[in-house]
Ligand binder design. Structure first.
Ligand SMILES: NC(=O)c1ccc[n+]([C@@H]2O[C@H](COP(=O)([O-])OP(=O)(O)OC[C@H]3O[C@@H](n4cnc5c(N)ncnc54)[C@H](O)[C@@H]3O)[C@@H](O)[C@H]2O)c1
Ligand SMILES: *[C@@H]1O[C@H](CO)[C@@H](O)[C@H](O)[C@H]1NC(C)=O
Length: 445
């Protein structure tokens, strides 16, 4: 309020100053009055919103704060118990994390089919179309498998589940997958693959009985390894992506929980899994979509123009590997968080043992779809993808009879059949006579 102007003694200016002073006083009063009104209105609206939120929270399973209100309902607990109760004598009771995902949904169905109890857990995040995850959920529900809507970082939820059900096994498949997405959202990998895994292991360690844990690592841990085929004893300390680094971190974290707390832990290094209900972010899937809609696809070659190849592994083979690992997993040895004696710690490759170049994969797709692809040949960017993967699966074969039996042609045929059915695509292709470049495909509206 201290005027820095030189004092003005003229009458008019004094009057003007007085008037402007009055105006200011009035505005201040008005402001004060309106802000009181605003404050009261805000308070009222906040209370109203809070009230409405409390009413509606049980139907918003994504929000963590509502855990107790939604999980304490008897019907929710009944669903959890029913879903996880085995239907065969000495059947297992398995918590499948990532059950709304590609591999998780297939494994859940396979376990249920043979009479084991299965409870799913998934946060249905939008890394790719949640509608596809919800469709898998509906399929599982038809087979009496309930998926809890929740995050593996929710310690309270996990300990609640372990207190409700004496799980014999956890099949831990929830993760932030994909290599290139790490450039856009690096912390999602840390949250799900590192922090989430630790939260899960903490809950499992404290559970009574402690479950045995089988979980998904990745072939990407081989990183810059150039010995072929990739064997479990090869170096895995040079990851080429943040995704690979978080999976490798998981393997080290697993060692710790095995060593200190006696948890039985088995890591499965999957090699490019594909098939019906697959992941839309993977090349075989997005290529199918783009080829059908006439969009050009980017086919990678290495920096020195060599072919990029993958050890594509069909989903049914991977499911057999997961079940084999579960069936040979020994019990955890700890109780009350304390290890009683040494427990099992294993790592296995689950691949197909016959790499196919991406170029040849596209040729197979072209034949199956009856459409010639528009291709851009692009150098593999140095952002995480490795040029070549090839699994040595002799350890998994020795320990649980793992023997992949589906070649890429056969597996992709099953994928394409599912794809056109799921997305309602009408093909005017005569499958028997179609040759590359012929046939017409229209997407139904
Ligand atoms: N498909 C492959 O080729 C492949 C290869 C190597 C490793 N893996 C690993 O296998 C596992 C399964 O892969 P997928 O292909 O089925 O992937 P996916 O993305 O289809 O399935 C993962 C599921 O986990 C859920 N999820 C993610 N973060 C979660 C969290 N914090 N809490 C609860 N749920 C969460 C997702 O919503 C998704 O449904 C992953 O661990 C993946 O890293 C897959
Ligand atoms: C495959 O792995 C096994 C066990 O680790 C090893 O004995 C064998 O030599 C490997 N085979 C090849 C071809 O590298």
């Amino acid at each position: 309020m201290a005027p820095s102007l030189p004092p003005d003694t003229s009458k008019t200016t004094k009057l003007e100053r007085y008037n402007s002073y009055l105006r200011r006083v009035n505005t201040t009063k008005l402001l004060a009055a309106s802000s009181t009104l605003l404050f009261r209105a805000t308070l009222l609206i906040s209370l109203l919103l809070l009230f409405l939120f409390t009413l509606s929270s049980p139907t918003q399973p994504h929000h963590h704060r509502q855990l107790l209100s939604s999980t304490l309902t008897p019907s929710w607990e009944k669903q959890v118990r029913q879903s996880s109760t085995p239907r065969r004598p000495s059947g297992l009771s398995v918590l499948v994390t990532g059950a709304g995902g590609f591999v998780g949904s297939h494994c859940s169905l396979a376990l249920k089919r043979r009479g084991d109890g299965v409870l799913g857990l998934d946060n249905f995040n939008s890394y790719y179309a949640p509608s596809l995850k919800r469709s898998r959920q509906s399929l599982l529900l038809k087979h009496s498998i309930f998926i809890v809507d929740g995050d593996i970082n929710d310690a309270e939820l996990l300990s609640h589940l372990f207190s409700l059900v004496p799980f014999t096994h956890v099949l831990h498949l929830a993760a932030q997958a994909g290599v290139r997405y790490a450039l856009r959202n690096p912390l999602s990998y840390v949250r799900s693959n590192v922090a989430g895994f630790v939260t899960l292991l903490e809950a499992a360690k404290a559970a009574d009985p402690q479950p045995a844990i089988v979980w998904a690592s990745s072939s990407s841990v081989y990183g810059l390894n150039s010995d072929n085929p990739f064997s479990e004893h090869h170096r895995t300390d040079r990851p080429a992506s943040l995704y690979a680094a978080t999976k490798k971190a998981g393997e080290e974290i697993a060692h710790t929980y095995n060593h200190i707390h006696g948890l039985s832990l088995t890591a499965l290094r999957f090699f490019t899994v594909y098939g019906p209900w697959g992941r839309p972010d993977m090349a075989y899937f997005s290529f199918t979509k783009d080829i059908l809609s006439g969009r050009a696809i980017s086919v990678y070659v290495t920096q020195d123009d060599k072919e990029v190849a993958r050890d594509f592994t069909y989903i049914d083979d991977v499911v057999k590997g997961c079940l084999g690992a579960i069936d040979t997993a020994e019990k955890s040895t700890g109780s009350g968080g304390v290890k009683r004696k040494s427990a099992q710690l294993r790592v296995y490759n689950l691949g197909n043992t016959s790499p196919v170049s991406v170029k040849d994969m596209v040729v197979i797709l072209e034949k199956l779809l009856g459409v010639k692809a528009k291709k851009n040949i692009v150098k593999l960017p140095r952002n995480g993808d490795v040029p070549y993967t090839h699994a040595n699966v002799s350890l998994a074969e020795r320990d649980f009879g793992y023997r992949p039996s589906t070649d890429l042609q056969t597996g992709l045929r099953k994928f394409v059949k599912w794809y056109v059915g799921y997305y309602g695509i009408k093909t005017r292709v005569n499958k028997e006579t179609a040759t590359v470049g012929e046939g017409e495909v229209v997407e139904s509206s």
